[in-house]
Design a protein around this ligand. Structure first.
Ligand code: TXA
Ligand code: MG
Length: 344
């Protein structure tokens, strides 16, 4: 295996760990697997590398990146102050799908990484390829999800190439990622943790370690600027407009029938339990409702598959916002741009 590169013509480039680390040291950007989604890594100290990340993704420059580390001691090099509850969270969940936001040390990172904020987002991924690349590079690695801005995050190397082929130096192929949704982002700048983005580590998991915790992921109230800049952009969306729908199988099918009678081609995002009850232009299952981890794992891949279906509009069933369901609903609401459709 081998392949694509930054001139992006024909060959595709699948570098190995060592080569990926060297490319990152040299200021190139390389995608690699983590336990959540694929990341697009670059040298955290080089403005030009960080610029390449923003360019490849088409990401607004005011949306800061997560700094990925492989050793706990790197936290003290990047952070000015780490509250005790944040130390406990790191003890409990690292390596793993938890990102902590803490006040940053000045002059350590390219200013572009933190997009002008005085805080830094830090995470230790739980994936051997990611950890080995960071260790071999010998520097922390800035890495957002390896998708074009606005698209669902990539859970396979093929998704990365769909979006970024020709725009990056390569992708380390580690197969399908585990969790399937991005890490839980936790603001650790106050007296207790505040969840800014729900993920694989749930609110209950955090509460069990730190006691008090608040969820501030909805933050739809636009009077205040969002605490996490990524919250204000439309995200994770397939090409056809997506709408959330709640109701019984019968009510949802009735809505599908109405829309199809108006001449629209309708896609439905459902689960294995209900798949067989529906008839539409595309009925895709993203896992088992009784096992929300399976839904988290397959949600983005399924959203991407709708792009190959002849649909004008996608309806998506909703999930209970408990446990990892909170992360699933957060991503679905963003993919839908918070649009709902009434089923009667
Ligand atoms: O699982 C993950 O977190 C993946 C893998 C690759 O590690 N990465 C990822 O990165 O999802 P990205 O860039 O797609 O999302 C980072 C989120 C954004 O919503 C961003 O606004 C927020 O973290 N963020 C980064 N730095 C921040 C800071 N200093 N303060 C508040 N939010 C921050
Ligand atoms: Mg992202």
């Amino acid at each position: 295996h081998w392949i694509v590169d930054k001139s992006g013509i024909t060959h595709q480039h699948y570098p190995q760990i060592k080569e990926a680390a060297l490319l990152i040291q040299d200021g190139e950007v390389v995608a690699f697997p983590t336990e959540t989604v694929y990341g697009l890594g670059g040298n955290v100290k080089m403005d030009s590398a960080v610029q390449k990340i923003f360019q490849a993704k088409g990401r607004p420059s005011d949306n800061p990146l997560i700094v990925h580390i492989a050793e706990r001691s790197d936290v003290d090099k990047l952070a000015q102050k780490v509250p005790e509850y944040a130390q406990k969270l790191m003890d409990a969940f690292w390596p793993g799908p938890l990102t902590i936001i803490v006040p940053k040390k000045e002059g350590v990172l390219s200013e572009l990484v933190t997009a002008g904020l005085n805080t830094v987002a830090i995470r230790m991924p739980d994936h051997p390829a990611a950890l080995e690349i960071i260790k071999a590079a010998g520097i922390p690695v800035a890495a957002p999800s390896a998708n074009r801005s606005g698209k669902p995050s990539p859970t396979t190397a093929a998704h990365v190439l769909e979006d970024l082929s020709g725009r990056i130096a390569g992708v380390v192929d580690g197969g399908e990622t585990g969790v399937g949704l991005e890490s839980t982002v936790v603001d650790c700048t106050g007296t207790f943790p505040v969840i800014l983005r729900p993920g694989g580590v749930t609110q209950l998991d955090i509460e069990a370690v730190s006691g008090k915790v608040e969820m501030n992921a909805a933050h739809n109230d636009l009077k205040e600027p969002p605490k996490s800049p990524g919250m204000k952009y439309t995200h994770y969306a397939p090409k056809a407009p997506l709408y959330l729908i709640e109701g019984t199988n019968g009510q949802i099918q009735h809505k599908i029938n109405q829309l199809r009678a108006e001449g629209k081609k309708i896609g439905l995002l459902t689960t294995e339990e209900s798949e067989r009850f529906y008839e539409a232009d595309a009925v895709l299952s993203c896992g088992q409702r009784r096992n929300l981890e399976s839904v988290a794992k397959r949600l983005y891949g399924t959203l991407r598959s709708f792009d190959e279906q002849p649909v004008d509009m996608i309806l998506a069933e909703t999930f209970p916002s408990e446990g990892v369901g909170a992360a699933i609903m957060n991503r679905l609401e963003k993919a839908a741009g918070h649009r709902w459709i009434e089923a009667e």
